[in-house]
Ligand binder design. Structure first.
Ligand SMILES: *Cc1c(COP(=O)(O)O)cnc(C)c1O
Length: 382
C-alpha cells in the first residue's frame, strides 16, 4: 500500500547528483580507505570556509568532539561545567567521561535554549561558594539559535569559555554569523538523522586565538596520542576518534547540498505553520526571523495546557499510519543517570516543553502528499 509507506522523522538524504559517491570513488581509487586522506583534510577546510571558523578536526562523532572540547578546556575530576538541560544526552555525557560535575541550566520560552537569567543565577550561586565552572555548554536545539549575545556577555563577565553544541544547527545563522563559530570551541554532528550526514561523524571547531594549535592537539588525542618518536611512545592518554576518509567523502558530498536541505526544512516548517494557523491549541517552535536564519532541523510544536489533544495522542495517531514523530528531549536534570547533579530552574520551561511538545516528521524527502497526510491526521484529532 503506497499510502502507508513509512515517513521518517529525519533520515539520510543523499544528493541527487551523486556527489558523495564521487568522493568515495576517489578514495577507493587512491586507496585512501583508512583514516587520513584528502577527503578528511578537505572536509575540515570546506567546513571552516563555509562557517567562517579558524580550525577544525574531523572525528567519528559529535560526542567525541564534545569530549575533546572539554579536554582542551582542561576539564578534570570535580570541575564544574554549566550545561543546558534541555538537550540530547550526548551533550552532557562527556562531562562525566572526565568525572566533572554538570550543573544543568533551564531554557527560556523565547529560544527554547539556555536561559541567560538562569545562567547568571548559576554563576552567582557558585561564586558565593567560591567556585567557577571551567566551561558553559550552550545548545542550538532543533536548529533554533540560542540567545548568544546575552550568553556571551555573561560568560565574558565571569571569564568563562563557551562550548557551543551546534550538532542540530548546522546551517543556522544568528545575526548573520553561522552557529558553530560563537563558541571558543564548537561541535557539529553528521549522524544519520542530522541535517546532513556522513553516515556518522562529527567535527570539533576551534575559534580560540590558538585555534590551529588546539585543533592539532585534538588530532593528537584522537589518533592515540602518539609522541614524536620512532617507536610507539605515549605520554598522554589517547583515543581512537578520527574520522575515516570514506566517511569524510560522504560528508563532503553532503556539504554541497546543505543550503538545499535548509531550504526544504524551512519549507516543511512553514507548511506546518500555515496548516495549524487555525488551531489555537498549537504553538510552533519560536523562530525569530529578524535575528536568525534557522535550519529548522526538526519542526516542533507545543500544545496548550488546556488542549484536549496531547503530544502522545499525536504520536500514536501518526504511528498508526506508519509515520514517525518523537517527544521533545527529556531534560538532563530529569534523567535518572544525572539525578544527583544540580539544576538551576527558570520556571520549569524545559519540563513544560518535554511535557507538551512534540517533534513532527521533518524528513527532507517528504512530498507535498506526505505532508498533507500528516496534517490531515493531526487535524483529525480536534
Ligand atoms: C546528535 C547530537 C549530538 C551528538 O552527535 P553524534 O555525532 O551523534 O555523537 C550532540 N548534541 C546534540 C544536541 C545532538 O543532537
Amino acid at each position: 500500500m503506497a499510502d502507508k509507506e513509512r515517513i521518517f522523522l529525519a533520515s539520510p538524504h543523499m544528493s541527487d547528483a551523486g556527489y558523495e559517491m564521487e568522493y568515495i570513488k576517489e578514495a577507493f581509487e587512491t586507496n585512501w580507505i583508512a583514516p587520513l586522506g584528502a577527503n578528511v583534510t578537505n572536509f575540515e577546510k570546506e567546513i571552516c570556509d563555509k562557517l567562517g571558523c579558524k580550525a577544525a578536526t574531523a572525528l567519528y562523532s559529535g560526542t567525541a568532539a564534545m569530549h575533546l572540547a572539554l579536554k582542551l578546556l582542561n576539564v578534570k575530576e570535580d570541575d564544574l561545567v554549566f550545561c543546558q538541560s534541555l538537550t540530547f544526552s550526548a551533550t552532557a555525557n562527556p562531562i562525566i567521561y572526565e568525572r566533572a560535575k554538570p550543573v544543568f541550566i533551564d531554557s527560556d520560552k523565547e529560544t527554547w535554549n539556555m536561559s541567560p537569567e538562569a545562567l547568571e543565577r548559576a554563576f552567582q550561586k557558585y561564586e558565593a561558594l567560591g567556585q567557577r565552572p571551567k566551561a558553559v555548554i550552550v545548545v542550538h536545539l532543533y536548529g533554533l539559535a540560542a540567545n548568544m549575545d546575552e550568553i556571551k556577555r555573561i560568560c565574558k563577565k565571569y571569564d568563562t569559555l563557551i562550548i557551543e553544541d551546534a550538532a542540530e544547527s548546522l546551517g543556522t545563522s544568528y545575526k548573520g554569523q553561522m552557529t558553530g563559530t560563537f563558541g571558543d570551541y564548537s561541535i557539529i554532528s553528521f549522524n544519520g538523522n542530522k541535517i546532513i550526514t556522513s553516515s556518522g561523524g562529527g567535527m570539533l571547531l576551534c575559534n580560540t586565538e590558538k585555534a590551529e594549535e588546539d585543533a592539532s592537539k585534538a588530532l593528537f588525542w584522537a589518533t592515540q596520542a602518539r609522541d614524536q618518536a620512532r617507536y610507539y611512545q605515549h605520554s598522554e592518554l589517547g583515543y581512537n576518534y578520527r574520522m575515516s576518509n570514506i566517511v569524510a567523502g560522504i560528508g563532503r558530498g553532503q556539504l554541497k547540498v546543505l543550503e538545499e536541505r535548509v531550504a526544504k526544512k524551512r519549507e516543511i516548517y512553514h507548511t506546518y505553520k500555515n496548516a495549524f494557523s487555525d488551531l489555537p491549541d498549537i504553538t510552533m517552535m519560536p523562530i525569530h526571523d529578524e535575528l536568525e536564519h534557522s535550519n529548522c532541523w526538526l519542526s516542533c510544536i507545543v500544545l496548550d495546557n488546556e488542549s484536549k489533544v496531547s503530544p502522545l495522542d499525536i504520536q500514536l495517531a501518526l504511528e498508526a499510519e506508519n509515520i514517525e514523530a518523537r517527544p521533545i528531549w527529556k531534560p538532563m536534570h530529569m534523567q535518572p543517570f544525572f539525578s544527583e547533579y544540580d539544576y538551576v530552574d527558570n520556571g520549569g520551561v524545559s519540563e513544560w516543553l518535554f511535557d507538551k511538545g512534540i517533534c513532527l516528521p521533518s524528513d527532507t524527502k517528504m512530498t507535498e502528499n506526505d505532508m498533507d497526510r500528516i496534517i490531515k491526521i493531526i487535524k483529525g484529532l480536534w
